[in-house]
Design a protein around this ligand. Structure first.
Ligand code: UTP
Length: 279
């Protein structure tokens, strides 16, 4: 059967960043492999994508990130050692993930920002709409996952979608911040977006978190996007070009989000998942 190119079947995981806020832990271990309880951040992200019926995981890695590829592969020695023992169940979840989807990888050679990392993934995505998950934003829901909610919304709007949440005004300089007009409850048609504005310049208190659906024309826009804030190629700047044509929706998702790229958020997530497990 020919592939339906309007359906979201691929998820891109930019995972090439240096993770400097977690040094020295991230000197030899990718930030995306830091575990919340026993599961690496990236596996949570992949499981979220699977829950949104996505079966192709495209991961942008960099130097020193080989642990990621090994994680989503069979370890024959381990399988051999553990098979038939009381410890075998520890492998159930990761085996399940490996059998449900395929993984492909590319390397970002120079870390020139999130927009550049996404552009590096073009070779894995091709000419179709796709999801993006930043694994250091860990999301949890009792109902359908944030990405499932966004894929459903994509069926209706057929344009790029960014997940947003309300932030305290003083935190605006850590996020891309949007402005726009209400389409329906929780859905905003974006008219403006600013990367890491000072609180006094923030167009609203709605910040973009690490979940996106992008239409493939974003790659051409990214190719022409000049380095912005911090000298990096910003996805926010590329999305602004689509927003100016009314082609970006912001979605106030249902669920909890933890900023596991920061130590505070990581500890909060660990406590949350530990308490949830103990209930
Ligand atoms: P962050 O800015 O949170 O990640 O990027 P970082 O740069 O690794 O972290 P710090 O600030 O140094 O502690 C968000 C996501 O984008 C990826 C990161 O791996 C992370 O998942 N990213 C960022 C890239 O893949 N390439 C880049 O050039 C920048």
């Amino acid at each position: 059967m020919p592939k339906d190119r309007t359906k979201i079947s691929k998820c891109l995981f930019p995972a090439a960043g240096y993770g400097t806020r977690f040094l020295p832990a991230t000197k030899a271990i990718p930030k995306e492999m830091l575990p919340v309880l026993t599961k690496p951040l990236l596996q949570y992200g992949v499981e979220e994508a699977i829950s949104a019926q996505i079966d192709t995981m495209a991961i942008v890695t960099g130097r020193g990130k080989r642990a990621i590829e090994d994680h989503f592969d069979i370890s024959y020695e381990l399988e051999h050692q553990i098979k038939g023992t009381s410890k075998e169940h520890y492998l159930t979840e990761i085996r399940d993930v490996i059998t449900k989807c395929t993984f492909s990888y590319t390397r970002q050679i120079e870390m020139k920002g999130l927009g550049h990392a996404i552009l590096s993934g073009e070779t894995l995505i091709g000419d179709e709409p796709f999801a993006v998950v930043l694994a250091d934003d860990l999301c949890d829901n009792n109902g359908s996952s944030v990405l499932s909610q966004m894929v459903t919304l994509y069926e209706k709007y057929r344009c790029s979608i960014v997940a947003v949440e309300e932030i305290p005004p003083q935190d605006s300089n850590k996020y891309g911040v949007i402005a726009g007009n209400m389409e329906e409850d929780g859905v905003i048609r974006v008219t403006d977006m600013v990367e890491k504005p000072d609180p006094k310049d923030a167009p609203s208190n709605l910040a973009i978190i690490g979940r996106y659906i992008l239409t493939p024309d974003i790659f051409d826009i990214l190719r022409d996007t000049k380095p912005g804030k911090g000298g990096e190629i910003q996805i926010t700047d590329a999305l602004l070009a689509q927003a100016k044509e009314g082609r970006v929706i912001a979605y106030r998702f249902e669920g909890k989000r933890f900023d596991c790229g920061s130590v505070d958020g990581f500890v909060e997530a660990t406590n949350y998942f530990y308490n949830k497990k103990s209930i």
